[in-house]
Design a protein around this ligand. Structure first.
Ligand code: ADP
Ligand code: MG
Length: 287
């Protein structure tokens, strides 16, 4: 494409809320045949809420929320924000957390009132060898967060996220363009399935650790696919950089925005098919 044509593409993109970092991004979008969508914060709003709070034997609801809320106050994860909001809604103040540590793709830990508190998913609890009774392991389509105090289960919190109203139409538009779609997430399989069914995506890769997201993109590329990745999290950075075309949501982390070839300013997910069609149009005019 000529420089003039590319300039036209960049200008048209800006009008649509698509910031294009360089000429290669426009070229790449023309050849893409597979679109990988991150779930949390990309397909969903990322504004989560706690919908259930189940203390384990020996713990009260207040204690469960106090320990979980105190640790999550140290985290920047969207799940943490929901847990802190739920805790603060019922408790006047939360105790401080010491030695906070984020466990990417798994949860978070810290010391609260002299006790070791662990907050995170079933995978984390399995890794740490913390026993979780059957009635706390059922996956009902929510994101299940387990809480342990000094190595014993203190309870479970169910977290719900909301699918963006535009997501289904965006996926339909991508399919109409002949593109294959994949939902990629660190969340559990059942929660991922609920979202995938709602938006019409059949290929789901769930329970993927942050470090493995890029490997999924590699694997698709090795199979001959030309891959666009859409994401927003710190954990999406390597996958965005590995994809043939990385698209970051503008609200996303610095790492995501820096790793991407395009930045999507509109929260409406139809910006994704728009971005792919944009290059098609611009570069066709040019030839
Ligand atoms: P996604 O790919 O959906 O953006 P992440 O890789 O950030 O998800 O997180 C994957 C999973 O790790 C979450 O669904 C949750 O189970 C767990 N997790 C990560 N951080 C936290 C946290 N601060 N508190 C509780 N759970 C967490
Ligand atoms: Mg995300």
């Amino acid at each position: 494409a000529t420089p003039t044509a590319l300039m036209a593409g960049v200008g048209r993109g800006a009008q649509l809320g698509i910031l294009i970092k360089g000429p290669d991004a426009l070229e790449a979008s023309r050849t893409v045949d597979t679109v990988v969508l991150d779930k949390t914060g990309t397909v969903t709003t990322g504004k989560m809420t706690v919908t259930a709070c189940r203390p384990a034997d020996g713990f009260t609801r207040g204690e469960l929320l106090r320990f979980a809320g105190a640790v999550e106050a140290g985290s920047e994860h969207a799940i943490a924000a929901a847990v802190v909001a739920a805790a603060r809604a019922e408790l006047p103040d939360l105790p401080p957390v010491e030695g906070f540590g984020a466990l990417p793709g798994l949860g978070a830990k810290g010391e609260v009132e002299g006790q070791e508190v662990l907050v995170g998913n079933a995978r984390l609890f399995a890794e740490r060898g913390i026993a979780v009774p059957d009635d706390f392991t059922a996956e009902d389509g929510t994101t299940s967060i387990l809480v342990a105090v000094d190595g014993g289960l203190a309870g479970q919190l169910a977290i719900r996220d909301v699918v963006k109203p535009s997501a289904r139409a965006a996926v339909e538009a991508l399919h109409a363009l002949g593109l294959r779609t994949v939902l990629l997430t660190g969340d559990n399989e059942a929660a991922a399935r609920v979202v995938a069914d709602e938006i019409g995506v059949s290929d789901v890769r769930a329970g993927v650790l942050p470090a493995e997201k890029a490997a999924v993109i590699e694997e698709l590329r090795a199979g001959g696919a030309r891959v666009a990745m859409v994401g927003d999290g710190i954990n999406d950075g390597p996958a965005l950089a590995t994809a043939d075309l990385g698209m970051a949501m503008a609200h996303g982390s610095d790492i995501a925005v820096r790793s991407a070839d395009m930045v999507l300013v509109r929260e409406d997910l139809r910006v994704v098919p728009d971005a792919i069609r944009l290059a098609d149009r611009t570069l066709r005019i040019i030839r």
